[in-house]
Design a protein. Structure first.
Length: 313
């Protein structure tokens, strides 16, 4: 297993380099100029040119990228153009809320998705199965921003049951849970449908396997057969899907944090891009990309742990 993890770690290096290069090049095609943004709208051309030299923007692109990579290796993400604060300081204050939102979303959506998929597979062809399938199709078609706006309008504004703006505090407080409830419902609501569909398909395949028939022939309780013999083996493709969906969930977090004014990395990224704060935007891209890579690495490790056939490779 250690060899497998090491090989996966090696493959993340070129992926991260590609992300850094693409993120750097994308910032170059933005219409606004970093020196102009820092100097302000009333600055003279001489002042803008001086700032360009200070920032190294007068150098060729390959030199700019080399200097950028050298600073990253030293842990220097640069300084925000807008508020003149180190990018690492801003990122440090937003990673925690984003992790809280991800945890709160997955905490309730993964068990419900796996549960619905298992129930639909066990009662295949029944009204319950059709209802779960219809819910999965409908849930996978609803955009994140639409679900969030509906929850804000009805739960937050019309019924005034929960707050819908900002972060109320850490998750170990009641205010924190109330504030994160609607963002977590929004982000997790889009996660249930694909998990339920994959779980249903995987459990259906395993329920017809020989070892499940053998377990039933031994007289084991039906709940033990489904949970211990069918669901455990069906979790391998489900875990893979969950890992991939968590990566896409980071993209949904950007929208959710913006809709609910949640002070996370996604909202910081949107604000940095809209204000042409290039160092901040590049820093958020790095953090979100690292999150995606780490999630996929964890999924690979779980895949090996769940599938005994992979442990010898």
């Amino acid at each position: 297993m250690l060899r497998h993890i090491f090989q996966r770690l090696l493959t993340t290096i070129p992926v991260m380099l590609g992300v850094l290069l693409i993120g750097f090049l994308l910032m170059q095609v933005v219409p606004n100029d970093a020196a102009t943004v820092r100097a302000g709208p009333t600055a003279t051309a001489e002042l803008v040119e001086e700032i360009r030299r200070e920032l190294g923007l007068d150098q060729p692109l390959y030199i700019q990228f080399g200097l950028y990579m050298w600073r990253l290796l030293q842990g220097d993400f640069g300084v925000s153009i807008i508020n003149n604060v180190p990018v690492t300081t801003e990122l440090a204050g937003t990673i925690g809320p984003t992790l809280e939102l991800m945890f709160a979303s997955l905490f309730w959506s993964i068990p419900i998705g796996i549960g619905l998929g298992t129930i639909a597979a066990y009662w295949r062809g029944s009204v319950l199965d059709r209802a779960v399938t219809a819910f999965s199709v409908a849930g996978g078609s609803v955009p994140v921003f639409f679900l969030g706006l509906m929850l804000i309008w009805y739960v937050g504004f019309q019924w005034q049951l929960l707050p819908f703006t900002g972060r109320g505090g850490p998750l170990w407080t009641a205010e924190g849970w109330k504030a994160i409830a609607l963002p977590a419902l929004t982000l997790g609501g889009t996660f249930i449908a694909p998990v339920a569909r994959m779980t249903r398909t995987a459990v259906l395949e395993v329920l017809g396997a020989e070892h499940v028939r053998t377990a039933r022939a031994k007289g084991l309780a039906e709940s033990a057969v489904v949970l211990h013999h069918a669901l455990r083996n069906a979790l391998i493709p489900v875990v893979t899907l969950i890992g991939l969906q968590i990566g896409f969930l980071l993209g949904g977090a950007v929208v959710t944090e913006t809709v609910f004014s949640w002070p996370g990395v996604g909202r910081l990224a949107v604000g940095a891009i809209l204000s042409s704060d290039f160092p901040m935007a590049q820093g958020t891209i790095i953090v979100l990309s690292l999150g995606f890579i780490i999630v996929n690495l964890v999924v690979d490790v779980l895949y090996v742990a769940l599938d005994p056939r992979m442990r010898g490779h």
